[in-house]
Unconditional design. Sequence first.
Length: 463
Amino acid sequence: MAGEMTRRAFCAGTVGTAGLAALPLSAQEAATLTARVSTAQLAPVSYPATAVWAYDGQLPGPVLRVPQGGRVTRQLVNALPVPTSIHWHGIRIDNAMDGVAGLTQDPVPPGETFDYDFAVPDAGTYWYHAHTNSMEQVARGLAGALIVEEAEPPEVDRDEVILFDDWLLNPEDAQFMEPFNHPMSLSHAGRMGNLLGANGTYDPVVATRPKERLRLRLINGANARVFILRLHELTGWTVALDGMPLPAPEAVEGELTLAPAQRVDLIVDVVAEAGAEAGLLHLGDDDSWQVLVRMPVESGAASVVRGVPVPLPPNPRVELPSLETARRLEMVMEGGAMAGMASARFEGKDMGFRELAGRGQFWALSGQSGMSDTPFARLERGESVRLKLTNATVFPHAMHLHGMHFREVHPDGSFGPMRDTILSLPDEPLEIAFVADNPGKWLLHCHMLAHAAAGMISWIEVA
Ligand code: C2O
Ligand code: CU
């Protein structure tokens, strides 16, 4: 039964009914977001619905759409049995609204509320998720898309948001496997699921027509899984990464890698004829390509074939860090199964491996496990920073900086695209650089959420 839940053949299986459509207007207009207990039919209908925690009872949460330069104004209503908070991932946000329990706000107790109200200076594909015990709360479903719309959007027939997930369900009853802090998840690759899907179903479907042009906003909402994707019967271009437009669209050739929390905006054209099926494939654990999102091609008025799309309009903040004057920092990732670490500092004390493991800590960032009282670095506002990330573990890590986007610095000194989350591979040196232009206390952590909970979490302060 577990096998049946982990893979499906192309074109096989039942037709999912869960729509990928936008939310009812009422949900978008409501000024609240209520985190509450709900159910979702994640698995095939032959299984029971899964008990979830979800914003407004929907998994994923409602798609929030706001115009660039506008404001997001939402009252979080906590109807959960535990404290919670919301982080608005990738937004160049006012620090007080960043949603990090214990750093930028107190967690919101059950029955209470918190008013989030912030400007969104950058257009693009972002997302929001719980940031109080996020390892468990995100896994239970507390995540949704936040779309900041360009004043002049690109010319496409449709704009589709696809939030991927990777649920770890008990194959007997389709309920979440517990505990969420299983030592295996903490010390190995994180909480890896046995049922992949998107938009709240194992079988997401986006109906298309021949030659249709779609903007696909792909979001990896999984706790730990890195999705390796391929287009099927689609041609396309990458137009933005982690919300930020690329200077020019880049043709998709081969695979797309989407680490946890990363986003990619694609513009794709359907190349299949009516009656065929296009879609998004992913590389399964057994190294075969499997369908992740089905895109049946229906007959109907076909669009005309268009040329290469024009670039998205640039966001206002594209200042390049100055490599010469930049402050140089280095962060070493260590720990985890197979590599281990002899000792680290945790809650102000030096501890050996056994003591750390006894407290659920398996990882460290430059000798520090978990949050420290003092920041990893204090930066001047406007200062350029180069941060070397050294992965001394045997696992990949999706390193995320709050509040500011950064760029990879290639060995020849050239810059990669702006990102807020980057995949660091074992033994592959990586350097990022950014301009510390957003004042406040900002987390820097692994977005494999079990890794963050087990030590891979740090913070910087911008004056
Ligand atoms: Cu999306 Cu601190 O994370
Ligand atoms: Cu990690």
